[in-house]
Ligand binder design. Structure first.
Ligand code: SDX
Length: 389
């Protein structure tokens, strides 16, 4: 039934809900947002067009896109009452912990009539959290390095503003960028736009299921989003993008790849190749293919770390021809390629999963809205197979 979650040991063969948001064909390696192919969106549309499409089930006109962009800029500021929460966190806190807490705390400033919401109230709830997530993420990062917050600048678009809030010195002077310049270049914004587009939604993955579970109890949407942030943090899920870079650095040289592949195949060793495998894709993750092409395009412009790329290419070359991986249909997933680009954008590794959060907030809140509009939706209540005495 809609909203009821029924699982079976395979977890991927039973529908947990009905949805019109995102379609995945794991065998064909296909992904569509509201019926539009991910390749079409990532190549021929601006990031905010994909956000608007997910929220409104249609691509925006030029005017609608301008109004949407302007509204998100104005909604990107945080209530001053939140600042103390960031400062209360130990300065070495992982930004994901702060992100989850601050997003939950946001619910106290924006109470919603949880039972009855008009379409516009739902849309405002959604646009607000989408607009504020980059600011929350940037503030979480600045807290983790003991740096003062940089307020959003409404003369900068969604993605440029995030890089600005991450990099700028107090007073707005920019950190030295990739080539020592003090501006954020269009190529950096386009690269991060693509990453946000590819991470926007992905059907009923673990974190979205958490969001829908919490939504089904009638809790505030921002605490549902906070539960999604917590679920995404795990290295088996969104935290993998951080683990991939750590793993590539641990491998250290192409000559060491064989030994690590052997470990990943050893049933006695719980070592897994991070960025490989997927619950649904038993073919190439279409997002991984787009990011791999982006890596090649940006290699020189963004000075991607060729050392890490060589190790990653060696892993791919061996794993994609190795019976263990081929027989288990283990292919690179989105996390295998995103880290090298994020590193080149001077985004610290602790912020890789928060970047995933900024992208996925769009899908989480879209699916929250869909749940809220589903007639007769019931509270999630998975059952178990009792194997006790
Ligand atoms: C994301 O669901 C989504 O949509 C998620 C996501 C999204 O956009 O929301 O796409 C984002 O989370 C991508 C996945 C990121 N995680 C990682 O890259 C971590 C490394 N990958 C794995 O831990 C693993 O592949 C999972 C978690 C992704 C899936 O794990 P499962 O469900 O255990 O994989 P499986 O059941 O398909 O495994 C089958 C076999 C097992 O071996 P056998 O028991 O048959 O001997 O494949 C093995 C597994 O041990 N295996 C791996 C492996 N992944 C699976 N062996 C080595 N390295 C790996 N990465």
């Amino acid at each position: 039934q809609t909203g009821m979650f029924t699982y079976d040991p395979g977890y991927t063969s039973t529908a947990s809900c009905t949805s019109e948001v995102t379609f995945i064909d794991g065998d064909k390696g296909e992904l569509r947002y509201r019926g539009v192919e991910i390749e079409e969106l990532a190549t021929n549309h601006e990031y905010l067009e994909s956000v608007y499409l997910l929220l409104n089930s249609k691509l925006p006109t030029k005017e609608e896109l301008q109004d949407f962009d302007l509204e998100l800029r104005h909604r990107s500021f945080l209530h001053q009452g939140l600042n103390d929460l960031f400062i209360a966190f130990p300065s070495n806190s992982h930004p994901m912990a702060t992100l989850s807490a601050a997003t939950a705390a946001l619910s106290t400033f924006y109470f919603s009539h949880l039972d009855v919401c008009t379409e516009e109230e739902l849309q405002v709830m959604a646009r607000r959290i989408i607009a504020k997530m980059p600011t929350i993420a940037a503030y979480a990062y600045r807290t983790s390095i003991g740096a003062p917050f940089i307020q959003p600048d409404i003369d900068r678009g969604f993605t440029e503003n995030f890089l600005y809030m991450m990099r700028a010195y107090p007073g707005g002077k920019m950190h030295r960028g990739i080539n020592g310049e003090d501006v954020i270049r269009d190529i950096e914004i386009k690269a991060l736009d693509t990453i946000f587009t590819l991470h926007a939604d992905h059907e009923q993955n673990a974190s979205t299921t958490s969001v829908r579970n919490v939504a089904s109890t009638g809790a505030h949407p921002y605490v549902a989003i906070s539960s999604g942030i917590s679920a995404l943090w795990g290295s088996a899920h969104g935290g993998a993008n951080e683990s991939v870079i750590e793993q590539l650095e641990m491998i250290g040289h192409v000559d060491n790849v064989d030994a690590f592949i052997a470990r990943a195949k050893d049933p006695e060793d719980d070592f897994r190749l991070m960025g490989f495998g997927h619950r649904v894709y038993k073919n190439f993750d279409p997002r991984a293919r787009i990011l791999k092409e982006l890596q090649v395009q940006l290699q020189y412009e963004l000075k991607l770390d060729s050392h890490l790329m060589q190790i990653a290419s060696k892993i791919e070359e061996i794993a994609l021809n190795d019976e263990y991986f081929v027989s288990r249909k283990l292919y690179p997933n989105i996390d295998f390629y995103s880290g090298v680009i994020l590193t080149a954008l001077k985004i610290p590794i602790s912020m890789f999963t928060p970047v995933f959060v900024i992208g996925r907030t769009v899908g989480w809140i879209t699916q929250w809205m869909e749940f809220k509009k589903t007639k007769g939706a019931k509270i999630a209540r998975p059952r178990q197979l009792y194997v006790g005495k």
